[in-house]
Design a binder for this molecule. Structure first.
Ligand code: NAP
Length: 279
C-alpha cells in the first residue's frame, strides 16, 4: 500500500482497540478494490473521547468505526444520524461528509445477514432471547424487530437498561412482543435463537448464558469472535446445537461501512474470506 498526499484516512476508535480485526480486514479490502484509502486504529481514553472526535473531524479523517465502549457515547458528538442510527441510539460507523459527521449503524444489518448466512436463520416470527442491552444489544434488538421477530426477551444485568430498550422499541415495533428479565430464564423451550450481545466470554472462561434447556432445533449466536469459541458456544456444541460466532457479523457490518465511506460495494464474501484466511 502506497500512502501519498491524496490518500484518504479511515479508522476505528475504541478502548481497547488492539483486539479489533477491522484494520486488517478493511485495509486488505481497500487494496483489493484498488482504492486510495488507509484504515488506522485509534486507542481513545474515555475522558478524551470528545477531543478525539473533534480532532478526527478537524484533521479531515474521511470516516471511522466506533467500537466498545463508545457506540452510545459518541452520538451527541455527531452532527446528524441516519434514521436507523437515530432509532437505535448507537453508532458504529461515522462518515465525514464535507466536515459534517454523520452517524450510521451497520451492526444490525451485519447480524441479520450473518444469521441468515451462517445458520440459515430467519428472524421472521421467531422467539428470541437476547442477552445484553448495550450498544450492540440495541442494534441487535432493533434489527431483529425490523426483520419481523415474533417475541424478544431481553436479559440484562442492569435491568433498567433492558426495560428502557423494551419500552422504546415497543413503540417502534408494536407487532413484536418485548419482555425483560434480569436473570437468565430457567426454561428456554420456546426459544428459537439465543443471542449473546455482551462482552461476557471474551476472556474464554465466563458463560454469558446457558443453552442447556434449549430445544434441539434452536440455534445459538455469540457476537464475540475472539476467542472463536466462547464458553457459550462450547456449551452449545456439547448440547448438539447449531451455532456461530460473530465473525460473519463483523464481515457484513464492515462491508456496509465500506460502501458508506467509499460509495463502492465490496465483492460479496470478500471480507469474510479475508477474516478466515481464505485470501
Ligand atoms: P457495551 O455497550 O459496553 O455493552 C456491554 C453489555 O454487556 C451490557 O449489556 C452490559 O450489561 C453487559 N455486560 C458487560 N459485562 C458484564 C458482566 N460482567 N456481567 C453481566 N453483564 C455484563 O458493549 P457493546 O458495544 O454492546 O459490545 C458488546 C460485545 O459485542 C463486545 O464483545 C463486542 O466486541 C461485541 N460486538 C461484536 C460485533 C461483531 O461484529 N461481531 C459487533 C458489535 C459488538 P450492563 O448494561 O448491566 O452494564
Amino acid at each position: 500500500m502506497l500512502i501519498t498526499g491524496t490518500t484518504r484516512v479511515l479508522g476505528i476508535i475504541g478502548d481497547p482497540v488492539s483486539h479489533s480485526r477491522s484494520p486488517q480486514m478493511q485495509n486488505r479490502a481497500l487494496a483489493v478494490a484498488g482504492l486510495d484509502y488507509v484504515y488506522v486504529p485509534f486507542h481513545v481514553q474515555p475522558e478524551r473521547l470528545a477531543e478525539a472526535v473533534a480532532g478526527l473531524r478537524a484533521a479531515g479523517v474521511h470516516g471511522f468505526n466506533v467500537t466498545v465502549p463508545y457506540k452510545v457515547a459518541v452520538v451527541p458528538l455527531l452532527d446528524r444520524l441516519s434514521p436507523e442510527a437515530a432509532q437505535i441510539g448507537a453508532v458504529n460507523t461515522v462518515h465525514n461528509d464535507n466536515g459534517r459527521l454523520v452517524g450510521h449503524n451497520t451492526d444490525g444489518f451485519g447480524l441479520v445477514s450473518s444469521l441468515r448466512e451462517e445458520l440459515g436463520f430467519d428472524p421472521h416470527g421467531a422467539d428470541l432471547v437476547v442477552v445484553g442491552a448495550g450498544g450492540a444489544g440495541r442494534a441487535a434488538v432493533h434489527a431483529l424487530c425490523a426483520a419481523g421477530a415474533g417475541r424478544v426477551v431481553i436479559v440484562n444485568r442492569t435491568v433498567a437498561r433492558a426495560q428502557a430498550l423494551a419500552e422504546e422499541f415497543g413503540k417502534l415495533f408494536p407487532g413484536v412482543r418485548l419482555d425483560v428479565c434480569q436473570s437468565f430464564p430457567a426454561s428456554l423451550v420456546e426459544c428459537d435463537l439465543l443471542l449473546n450481545t455482551t462482552s461476557i466470554g471474551m476472556d474464554g472462561f465466563s458463560l454469558s448464558a446457558d443453552p442447556a434447556s434449549l430445544r434441539d432445533n434452536a440455534v445459538v449466536y455469540d457476537m464475540i469472535y475472539s476467542p472463536p469459541e466462547t464458553p457459550l458456544l462450547s456449551a452449545a456444541r456439547c448440547r448438539g446445537l447449531h451455532f456461530s460466532n460473530g465473525l460473519g457479523m463483523l464481515a457484513a457490518q464492515g462491508e456496509y461501512a465500506f460502501s458508506i465511506w467509499t460509495g463502492v460495494t465490496p465483492p460479496q464474501g470478500l471480507m469474510k474470506a479475508l477474516l478466515v484466511g481464505d485470501l
